[in-house]
Design a protein around this ligand. Structure first.
Ligand SMILES: [Zn+2]
Ligand SMILES: [Zn+2]
Length: 78
């Protein structure tokens, strides 16, 4: 029997080239970057202020303390 992940519909995309989409992991044909799972949504879920790391919210916006544009925070889990 062939092992398959049922109903997984995962799509992989290039962080630099959102138009690149394929059904399995690999490298971007345009820049060679490792493709990341797209899952239909951006992986970034937390936004933070470069000046105020304690500021965290789940959507883009401005820092309530200094008004700077919030940037996507990378998950720091290891
Ligand atoms: Zn690319
Ligand atoms: Zn700030």
């Amino acid at each position: 029997m062939t092992r398959q992940q049922p109903g997984q519909g995962t799509t992989y995309t290039c962080p630099m080239h959102p138009e690149v989409r394929q059904a399995q992991a690999g490298d971007c044909p345009k820049c060679g970057m490792h493709l990341v799972p797209a899952g239909g949504q951006q992986q970034v879920s937390t936004y933070t202020c470069p000046m105020h790391p304690e500021v965290r919210q789940s959507h883009p916006g401005d820092c309530p303390k200094c008004g700077m544009h919030l940037v996507p925070a990378e998950d720091a889990r290891r």
